[in-house]
Design a protein around this ligand. Structure first.
Ligand SMILES: CC(C)(COP(=O)(O)OP(=O)(O)OC[C@H]1O[C@@H](n2cnc3c(N)ncnc32)[C@H](O)[C@@H]1OP(=O)(O)O)[C@@H](O)C(=O)NCCC(=O)NCCS
Length: 197
């Protein structure tokens, strides 16, 4: 199967993500387009959506999975990113290296298990490598079992576990993957990538 991936610009991409997140029952707090745009505006970023046909709708193709990531610097000023860097500083090297934070993503329920998230992840890795990044970092929670299983399949290594004081399901798990040409050689999906009109 060939995956069709669309790379979006900031404003249009932020709106698409706000729209697609409405379909995710797992997310209690959904990101707004404004929040997404604010986070990404002054930093290198990548907004990708994977497309698929709608059953019964002749030829109609819609976004069914998404993945957004951005540059992560050791000198962040955003409160959430200061916290993130503080958590991983002892396990991820920032000096003279480019670190990419794989921020949010998911696949709509009806289209899961078809390789959309692998395709998006591999495309993100290819882009990050081409843009000089050394390592990808991702954060999830104990309770996100599907995501943890998927990150395992995608060969992300756990680098830190941050225990929640009262509810271990809320504990945070930090993972990373160093990206070199060896990683790109292991990619398995066939992708065509287009820029959003
Ligand atoms: C996790 C999620 C993104 C997977 O998306 P997907 O498009 O179904 O994943 P893919 O089909 O590309 O699968 C990629 C790999 O992960 C594995 N995988 C997918 N879902 C899995 C699961 N529930 N448990 C274990 N492994 C899983 C697949 O077997 C595949 O491995 P392979 O390529 O080696 O065969 C999707 O289930 C999702 O959006 N879940 C809700 C989002 C969420 O929980 N977010 C948490 C916030 S961090």
């Amino acid at each position: 199967m060939e995956h069709t991936i669309v790379q979006y610009t900031l404003e249009a991409g932020a709106l698409e993500i706000e729209y697609i997140e409405e379909h995710f029952r797992e997310f209690r707090e959904k990101k707004t387009a404004v929040e997404i745009a604010e986070r990404l505006r002054d930093r290198e970023h990548l907004i990708l959506l994977s497309m698929a046909p709608v059953l019964g709708e002749d030829g109609e193709v819609i976004p069914v999975a998404y993945k957004i990531g951005h540059e992560l610097r050791s000198t962040e000023t955003d409160i959430q990113l200061i916290d993130l860097v503080g958590q991983i500083r002892d396990v991820v090297a920032f000096d003279n290296r480019k670190v990419f934070y794989s921020w949010i993503g998911g696949t709509r329920e009806e289209w899961r298990g078809q390789g959309h998230y692998r395709a998006l992840t591999e495309q993100q890795e290819e882009w990050a490598h081409a843009n000089g990044y050394d390592e990808l970092v991702v954060k999830t929670k104990n309770k996100y079992y599907a995501m943890r299983g998927t990150l395992d399949h995608l060969r992300f290594d756990v680098v830190k576990f941050q225990r929640h004081l009262t509810d271990n399901r809320e504990s945070k798990v930090y993972l990373s993957k160093r990206i070199g040409s060896d990683v790109l050689r292991e990619h398995r999906t066939t992708r065509s990538v287009v820029e959003a009109a």
